[in-house]
Write a protein that binds this ligand. Sequence first.
Ligand code: 13P
Length: 248
Amino acid sequence: MARKRIVAGNWKMNMTPSEAIKLVEELKPLVQSDSVEVVYCVPAIDIVPVVEAVKGTNVVVGAENMYFEDKGAFTGEISAPMLVDAGVKYVILGHSERRQYFGEDNALLNKKVKKAFEAGLTPILCCGETLEQREMGVTIDFISTQIKEGLYEVSAENVAKMVIAYEPIWAIGTGKTATSDQAEEVCKAIRDVIRVMYNDATAESVRIQYGGSVKGENAAEIFGKPDIDGGLVGGAALKADFGKIVNC
Ligand code: 13P
């Protein structure tokens, strides 16, 4: 069964609403593709204008985070139903920057993953090791735990539809990309964890992205690996290079 490739831009804390609209217009002719799903994961304040700006194109919009409650006294948070109502389709959960700077752990992320599915959003669950963990040889163990705890009691049916992004922390924003073999090794291991937790069909259906200094010049080689179904792109998602990545 062929998995549809998915290339998502993670804009992080970049682009004011007016800058966002300009970027969407600039990228419009560059990201057209029938074979690749293209997602812009944008800051919360950019969601409404970007959903409007991508209307009539092949691009869909994602959020970079959400809270696990539907509504209430949670000052500053944004809920899954709010995202859905605004036209959002995907939500990045557990990016290493959220884990590192905002203390998000696997138990919290598990609640967010479940809520995203309940509301009708597709989560892009991020995982990845530090350089120290890689050097200690615990990469696969560490990532397996992130996946098992993050997906605790999530159904096979939902996991089959979701996206997992492997992002080695040492490759994020550093210009230091994992080699395509390093990326494939971990993405394959993630698929095998899903196989053990669920079954073959779920493992073959879940889409796994690589993220970490993906650029126009290295995307084709990385995305050419059998267990890598696309990328989660940071810095290069904010420029014309993103079109090259989508069409590589
Ligand atoms: P860079 O592409 O800037 O390394 O960022 C990767 C990332 O964190 C995407 O979520």
